[in-house]
Design a protein around this ligand. Structure first.
Ligand code: NAI
Length: 253
């Protein structure tokens, strides 16, 4: 009996990077998974791979910036698997621009995808868990940039800071229903969101205490722990997975 047997967990942004590695980790622990992503082909491929290892999983195409689509995802999951134990609100994008060029469309796009999506996931999942009487867990993906300002990231800074606060506020209000809400704040993680330029990635890695980029598996390990009963006393907190980034001032910036 593994720790996640019988648990049904939705992972948004599950087709790539942190979400994909979390899916692989939770699958090993025995969870049933819904890989929710707007990259349907990549989500389907991951599900095919999981199924070949006898994992129960399904792909669902969703645009998390649209509340009605997130609600439909949650209803579909419960119809298919009979319950909902958790949701990892993880899908996100970056759109870097200097503040004086941060036009309303660029601002709103990141707020919609990185912030409003987390509200939708929390809101519709929590309502469903309460309806089902499930003591569920909600994990959100924040960022070190939810705490620290970065040049060109006004939109992303605002969205991720909101995720940190929504995690606290949601945890407070859902506690009476025995639903935990927690988050991770990754540092610089080796995923497609950072692009393909190895020297840029090496530079970002050098900003961590140990000077190297973090692998998405290292974040997935923490997310899986947060979903587990071993983390049952952690609530409302955003856990940095940043190799010390938030704890010191680098020479480079
Ligand atoms: P990634 O690009 O590998 O994965 C993001 C996934 O989200 C992709 O599969 C993409 O198709 C999906 N997605 C994007 N917009 C979507 C939408 N509107 N609806 C549905 N799916 C959508 O990137 P990564 O790094 O795995 O990102 C996951 C989360 O981690 C994001 O919230 C990101 O902001 C956060 N993060 C990443 C860091 C990094 O250095 N890689 C650092 C801190 C936070």
């Amino acid at each position: 009996m593994t720790t996640m047997n019988g648990k049904v967990i939705i992972i948004t942004g599950g087709a790539s990077g942190i979400g994909k590695q979390t899916a692989l980790k939770l699958a090993v622990e025995g969870a049933t998974l819904v890989i929710a992503d707007y990259n349907d082909a990549a989500a389907q491929q991951l599900v095919t791979d999981l199924e070949s290892s006898n994992v129960t999983a399904a792909a669902y195409r969703v645009d998390v910036s649209k509340g009605d689509e997130v609600k439909a995802l949650i209803d579909w999951t419960v119809q298919k698997y009979g319950t909902l134990s958790g949701i990892f609100n993880n899908a996100g994008i970056g759109l870097v621009k200097p503040f004086l060029e941060m036009d309303p469309a660029s601002y709103h796009r990141v707020i919609d995808v990185d912030q409003h999506s987390v509200y939708y996931g929390m809101y519709y999942a929590a309502r469903k868990m309460v309806e089902l009487g499930v003591a569920g867990t909600i994990v959100n993906t924040a960022s070190i940039y939810g705490t620290m300002a970065a040049i060109g990231s006004f939109n992303y800074n605002a969205a991720k800071a909101a995720v940190v606060m929504m995690t606290k506020s949601g945890a407070l209000e859902l506690a009476e229903h025995n639903i935990r809400v927690v988050a991770v704040a990754p540092g610089f993680i080796n995923t497609p969101i950072l692009g393909n330029d190895d020297s840029f990635k090496n530079h970002l890695g050098s900003l961590h205490m140990r000077g190297r980029i973090i692998q998405p598996e290292q974040v997935a390990n923490v997310v899986a722990f947060l979903f587990s009963d071993a983390a049952s006393a952690i609530n409302g907190q955003t856990i940095p997975v940043d190799d010390g980034y938030l704890s010191f001032k680098t020479k480079q910036g």
